[in-house]
Design a protein around this ligand. Structure first.
Ligand code: ISL
Ligand code: CA
Length: 546
């Protein structure tokens, strides 16, 4: 790694792999590590700098690997440690780093730590987890709810205490207040770092400082103390990238995680642009109509907040979110145009862009018709809860087809072959029938494809420092259809203009925004100047360097 430039992850384009749905090498219907290895050339061609690999550890798979029973082994359905080492080596040969998913807010209930912890009240590892006595009436210690629905406490009959699980009952929360637990985590992290991984994406990391007796879950008082200890004990002196998943991160506290003198993380995933679209009561199951002005307000605010210090992560989608083109674009008439527009707008902002598998050729939401097609425990739990409260199954499925996590989890559509070339067997979750038109094979061969567009963007990042380091200035902040901004560095200006709608439009361009120079990228005809007026086609987007 010593040949890499300083802060290599700032000019890199990241790519997320959700292994279960990526590529199946042995016909069992489940994606695996040899499948990933077989696609490394594809990822190199796309221009990926590092892969965020969703969990591949040994796991009972209650939450598809976000429930780990052995942090230092690979799940047999995904392969072996030897396969993993081959993946690391193959990626390294192509200049690609592998970033592991660090899931340490909780483990699986099948982890030996939890098995020992629950064995008796005075077990040596009792305190690795969060146990509390029942309330006076025998019920849960508090009314804290799990993010997956239902109480966050489950009674262990044998020892008569409740354990905390902010997610599924098969995901007991680890007790970060215990120094021995923290030491065990540092040891495990160093083991992976010594093996050669390029860093960590840290699952729900803003929850580790919780003070559960005070009802404080996210952004707890000891969070940053733990992250600094983690840095000291594992990351310091290593040239790695870290990104913390932090739903509670705001522009007020972001620099606590990634400020230059903090010695914590490289960046966080913040979700304000996602949650601002959710209903106050029913959350993501009842999304609000899309509001571009509100979306821009959030993204522009983050660009401003981390302008001088810290670093942004940029993403439209991940394995928990709907498909970008379905959520923010038009996945029917203007699928290609809008997918390219979304990539252009996102990848030319300041920060590290993350592509979620399949996004690079415009995969769409799942459009399931029956609840039996959904596999995600979160969706299935909320279905039960909400239907019991009177929501009709049809209404719930309509919401789930917009926002369920399964939208992102249908298998990657590699080709128009049977099962989309994902598997020779029966896939663990239904493949989107649109794979005959929408697939990687087609996209790689077509010079005008969404894939080609993403590849150009990744190339431009490496070529032009203004994309990586330039200042950010928004334009047309209150315009309901236009997303525009410029970037500035050393006398160069990069201007990005996008029509975020399916209607053509006419714009009067302020003097200071006009530009003349080199057309960098476009999804319609190339443009090398921005004059006093602009007319934009549906979802048109382009960038000019002047
Ligand atoms: O997807 C969500 C938003 O509705 C949350 O329910 C989600 O669980 C949250 O984003 C936290 O996500 C992370 O931790 C979970 C795991 O299920 C997710 O896949 C992971 O990204 C528990 O480990
Ligand atoms: Ca397999």
């Amino acid at each position: 790694m010593s040949t890499r430039p300083d802060n290599w992850w700032k000019s890199a384009t990241a790519y997320q792999i959700y292994p279960r749905s990526f590529c199946d090498s042995n016909g069992d219907g489940i994606g695996d590590i040899p499948g990933i290895i077989s696609k490394l050339d594809y990822l190199a061609e796309l221009g990926v700098g590092f892969i965020w690999l969703s969990p591949v550890y040994r796991s009972p798979m209650a939450d598809n690997g976000y429930d780990i029973s052995d942090y230092q082994d690979i799940a047999p359905e995904f392969g072996t440690l030897a396969d993993f080492d081959r993946l690391l080596a193959g990626a390294r040969e192509r200049g690609i780093g592998i970033v592991m998913d660090l899931v340490v807010n909780h483990s699986s209930d099948e982890h030996p730590w939890f098995i020992e912890s629950r064995a008796s009240r005075d077990s040596a590892k009792r305190d690795y987890y969060i146990w509390r006595d029942p309330a006076a009436d025998g019920g849960p210690p508090s009314d804290l709810q799990s993010f997956f629905g239902g109480p966050a406490w489950t009674l262990d009959e044998a020892t008569g205490q409740y354990y905390l699980h902010l997610f599924d009952r098969k995901q007991p929360d680890l007790n970060w207040e215990n120094p021995a637990l923290r030491q065990a985590i540092w040891k495990m992290m160093n083991w992976w770092l010594d093996r050669g991984v390029a860093g960590f994406r840290m699952d729900v990391i803003d929850l580790i400082g919780k003070e559960v007796d005070k009802g404080i879950v996210a952004d707890g008082p000891r969070l940053h103390e733990y992250l600094q200890e983690m840095h000291r004990e594992t990351l310091a002196g290593r040239d790695v990238v870290t990104v913390g998943e932090a739903w509670s991160a705001s522009t007020d506290n972001a620099l606590l995680y990634c400020g230059r003198d903090r010695d914590e993380l490289s960046m966080v995933f913040q979700f304000e642009h996602v949650t601002q679209q959710h209903d106050e009561k029913l959350g993501k199951w009842k999304p609000k109509p899309f509001d571009l002005v509100a979306l821009k307000r959030v993204l522009n605010k983050w660009q401003a907040a981390l302008a001088e210090d810290g670093w942004n992560s940029l993403f439209w989608g991940n394995h928990d979110l709907p498909r970008a083109v379905s959520k923010y674009g038009d996945d029917k008439v203007y699928r290609v145009e809008s997918a390219k527009m979304l990539a252009t707008v996102l990848h030319l902002m300041k920060g590290t862009p993350y592509i979620y598998q399949g996004e690079e050729f415009g995969m769409t939401n799942a459009a399931f018709s029956d609840i039996s097609q959904f596999k995600d425990l979160e969706t299935l739990n909320f279905y039960r809860l909400q239907v019991a409260e009177g929501v009709s199954p049809e209404a719930f499925i309509a919401g789930a087809n917009e926002n369920s996590r399964d939208n992102a989890r249908t298998p990657v559509q590699w080709s128009d072959a049977p099962q989309a070339g994902f598997t020779t067997g029966t896939p663990w979750i239904d493949i989107n029938p649109n794979y005959r038109e929408i697939n990687a094979d087609q996209a790689v061969r077509d010079p005008e494809s969404i894939f080609a567009h993403y590849r150009s963007l990744a190339g431009l990042r490496c070529e032009l420092p203004v994309i990586v380091n330039g200042d950010y200035r928004p334009w047309f902040e209150e315009h309901p259809q236009v997303f525009a901004y410029s970037r500035h560095l050393d006398g160069q200006t990069l201007t990005v203009v996008a029509n975020f709608s399916d209607r053509p439009l006419q714009l009067d361009v302020p003097e200071a925004m006009r530009a003349e120079g080199r057309g960098l990228i476009a999804n319609y005809d190339c443009r090398d100047h921005i004059g006093a007026t602009l007319s934009l086609q549906p979802y048109e987007a382009f960038a000019v360097l002047s």
